[in-house]
Design a protein around this ligand. Structure first.
Ligand code: SAM
Length: 234
């Protein structure tokens, strides 16, 4: 899978791939990362990429020209490229999107800066737009890394143990049950005794109960989704 980051600040993104799981995936040639700086495509003599907003309003908006030119080139080089814009004005990104996008061969993330991107660019080039939550970041780089990371771990070969994917939070709408590592007792705190008895069916039941209670407390709407689906399956 190839990821292209279209950003004015590739330094903000590059560091994330220099360690751990995604670095190993790059070393194994499962992932390939490239960067495009719209500034390199600006036809302004000072390489300007932004301007004041037409119709007034605070702040600067990213110009269409550099982005039109670099995205045209990107599409010409690879017709399969799936172009994703990061913006708060979009549907929130969720786990099902991560799984679906992991089947693509090439995803390009377009990061906005300043007050955002001229809407004509989004209209013309976006295959999808995503928000990563109801808050405003200074730029789309963190958002694109969040999505890239969540997508990557669903690509075969990226995780050492792909079994972990099937038990994680959101797989069944429920949040994951608490996990514990050794030692069994630490600082006078024990792990739940049921976890220690080796009866796997009882451990599974306890984990499901804990999962349901965590979901009820933190994400009641997810518990409702889970229960509704269960009642259809009956
Ligand atoms: N004026 C915009 C608005 O109110 O919707 C916010 C612009 S924000 C300061 C600059 C850039 O950060 C956006 O163009 C987008 O790429 C990125 N961004 C900010 N918050 C985001 C979020 N919650 N999800 C995805 N991208 C975000």
């Amino acid at each position: 899978m190839k990821f292209t980051f279209v950003t004015l600040f590739s330094n903000l993104v590059e560091g994330y791939f220099q360690d751990s799981i995604l670095k190993r995936a790059i070393d194994k040639k499962i992932l390939n990362i490239e960067y495009i700086n719209p500034r390199d495509y600006s036809d302004n003599k000072h390489s300007k990429v932004d301007d004041t907003a037409v119709g007034g309003g605070a702040g600067m908006v990213m110009n269409p020209q550099p982005l039109f030119d670099c995205l045209d080139k990107l599409k010409k080089e690879d017709e399969e490229v799936h172009i994703v814009f990061l913006t708060p004005v979009a549907k929130p990104f969720v786990q099902n999107d991560a799984k679906r996008l992991s089947k693509k061969s090439h995803i390009a993330f377009v990061s906005g800066r300043y007050e955002g991107i001229d809407e004509r660019v989004v209209e013309k080039y976006a295959d999808e737009v995503f928000s990563i939550g109801d808050y405003i970041l200074t730029g789309g780089e963190l958002a694109s890394l969040v999505i890239c990371d969540a997508v990557s771990r669903n690509i075969e070969g990226v995780l050492g143990n792909s079994d972990s994917l099937s038990i994680e939070s959101f797989e069944t709408s429920l949040l994951e049950a608490p996990s514990f590592s050794k030692p069994k007792k630490y600082d006078a705190l024990s792990v739940p005794s049921e976890y220690l008895k080796g009866n796997h069916s009882r451990i599974r039941s306890l984990k499901l109960a804990l999962s349901e209670s965590k979901t009820k407390f933190f994400r009641p709407e997810q518990l409702l989704k889970y229960r509704t689906r269960k009642s259809y399956e009956k």
